[in-house]
Design a binder for this molecule. Structure first.
Ligand SMILES: Cc1cc2nc3c(=O)[nH]c(=O)nc-3n(C[C@H](O)[C@H](O)[C@H](O)COP(=O)(O)OP(=O)(O)OC[C@H]3O[C@@H](n4cnc5c(N)ncnc54)[C@H](O)[C@@H]3O)c2cc1C
Length: 480
């Protein structure tokens, strides 16, 4: 078997792994970054296309949780992880959220004033920017509806660069994902990047890990086993795969028992006048009024996406898709209260996740759906699709939406998520945590987690900015 040696083995090249590798390599450590997925250019497929799903999503986007209502979840599987495929929306969490986290699991050194410098560095290094000119027609509709209801909205910054010639420079191709920012920086600083390489197991030796066994693509393109020996190992494989790998390697204390997520439902809304223009990219306005529990917003609304989220309107979808210029997708994202267990299913090589959508979740999503209905009809919608099977296929008034939203049926709704976290929480409360306050797995000397798994609970905002900032905090502490 081929053998490699390094100081730091980083497993996964998403935001958590890319930040870990970059800071360690720039501090002069010898780093190997192992990534299961391929290394593709950021523009190897059009954003939000089926081609992109095939290339860069785990299982082309077909993953579900079990328990009452199945929740479809999406994950990146390529160099850069989720940052390559996401909407790139950036938030700092509320100061209150950070303080609540520190209280919940007793995290040392987690004062907001200690964290803001890491957020500032993320904003600088991964180029967080607002749209340079207005905010697009779908966002304007959201603002109009919210304005009529007296609700506040806000434009959200993105990991995006709008440099270049012309009025729409960067709108579609300015993504500042990990493969554009921190991964090339790591490589320039000497890190070795190994794409198409999947870690099968961590190699234990008492309370230390000596490295990991992985399967990579050999020179002849065939799978080849490789043993990577390391002084320290950072698992940054994302909130589902990190606990899976740790459990498979025999680490189980509070690992994979508390997965949390933001359940989302989407509807399509048709208006009288055409407004949908794809070359504005992702609409970045969100309704602030009901945060942190609920976020309302609009999504990129290409014809395939509209078809996906028209829900129960199967019969006459084609007619409706002809109206795509008058139609867009809107969403409700809630802070979920359910906690999920992640277990490895060895024979099918997939994780099994049991995560109930609680009554509180149903009530919260229902509240969000009602509010969204009010907003959309106030903005001038003619028709809103229903995300619920077996009910009306569409709604014609806010009262119609409210009637259904009051008692959402468990098990018959199209619920999805793109935000997963909290499956290996950090802190000094050993009864609740999987790692110490800086990500070191309890009971080990040189094994760390540094990704979304560490969050004690929901960040209540789009999570990538917090993944990056917390990972930066932890690796800085390690290197100090
Ligand atoms: C469609 C979509 C839209 C989103 N939109 C936003 C948004 O607008 N704003 C925002 O803040 N967040 C958004 N998110 C969420 C955000 O992308 C994630 O929170 C973030 O990527 C999590 O970072 P991570 O480092 O924890 O894990 P990931 O990004 O999941 O990276 C983990 C990496 O590890 C690799 N890996 C896993 N197992 C192994 C193994 N055994 N061996 C080797 N490699 C392995 C995976 O292939 C993956 O590349 C979105 C996510 C999706 C899917």
């Amino acid at each position: 078997m081929k053998r490699l040696d390094c100081d730091l083995l980083v497993i996964g090249s998403g935001p958590g792994g890319a930040m870990t590798a970059c800071m360690a390599a720039e501090a002069g450590r010898s780093v190997i970054v192992v990534e299961e997925g391929p290394h593709l250019k950021v523009d190897s497929a059009p954003s939000f296309s089926l081609g992109e799903m095939d290339q860069k999503y785990r299982n082309a986007g077909l993953n579900v949780t079990f328990g009452g209502t199945s929740i479809t979840y999406l994950e990146g599987r390529c160099v850069g992880g989720g940052s390559e495929i996401n909407a790139a929306l950036y938030h700092r969490p509320l100061e209150k959220t950070l303080r609540d986290w520190a209280d919940q699991t007793k995290i040392h050194g987690f004062e907001p004033s200690e964290l803001w410098p890491h957020f500032e560095a993320v904003e600088r290094d991964c180029k967080v920017n607002l749209f340079p000119q207005g905010n697009g027609p779908a966002s304007a509709l959201l603002q109009r509806g919210a304005g009529k209801m007296g609700w506040s909205t806000r434009e959200i910054g993105r990991f995006w660069s709008y440099e270049g010639e012309g009025p729409r420079a960067g709108f579609l191709d300015g993504r500042q994902s990990m493969s554009v920012t921190l991964v090339p920086r790591s490589v320039r600083a000497g890190a070795r990047l190994m794409p198409d390489t999947r870690v099968l197991e961590l190699n234990r030796s008492g309370n230390r890990v000596s490295g990991a066994t992985a399967v990579t693509k050999g020179a002849d393109g065939r799978p080849e086993r490789v043993e990577i020996r390391a002084t320290s190992v950072f698992v940054c494989a994302g909130a589902v795969q990190t606990p899976r790998l740790l459990r498979r390697s025999g680490y189980t204390h509070n690992i994979g028992d508390t997965l949390q997520l933001h359940p989302m439902i989407r509807v399509t809304a048709r208006f009288k006048e055409p407004f949908n223009e794809l070359d504005w990219g992702v609409p970045t306005e969100q309704v602030d009024q009901f945060k942190p529990a609920l976020t309302l917003g609009c999504s990129y609304s290409s014809i395939p996406h509209l078809a996906l989220w028209m829900g129960a309107q199967l019969g006459n979808k084609q007619d409706r898709l002809r109206d795509w210029r008058r139609t867009a997708i809107f969403y409700v994202a809630a802070v979920g209260t359910g906690k999920g267990k992640i277990r490895d299913l060895p024979l099918v090589n997939e994780p099994f996740i049991r995560l109930p959508l609680t009554r509180d979740d149903l009530a919260r999503i229902g509240e969000g759906l009602s509010r969204l209905g009010e907003l959309l009809f106030a903005a001038g919608a003619e028709e809103v699709s229903s995300p619920i099977e077996g009910s009306k296929t569409s709604f014609r008034s806010a009262a119609d939406v409210e009637q259904v939203a009051r008692a959402l049926p468990q098990g018959s709704m199209a619920v999805s998520t793109i935000h997963l976290f909290s499956s290996a929480p950090m802190g000094s409360d050993e009864a609740r945590c999987a790692t110490d306050s800086f990500g070191k797995v309890l009971g080990t000397e040189n094994l760390y987690v540094n990704d979304a798994s560490l969050f004690p609970s929901s960040p209540a905002v789009n999570p990538q900015g917090t993944v990056l900032a917390v990972a930066r905090r932890n690796i800085c502490e390690f290197l100090a």
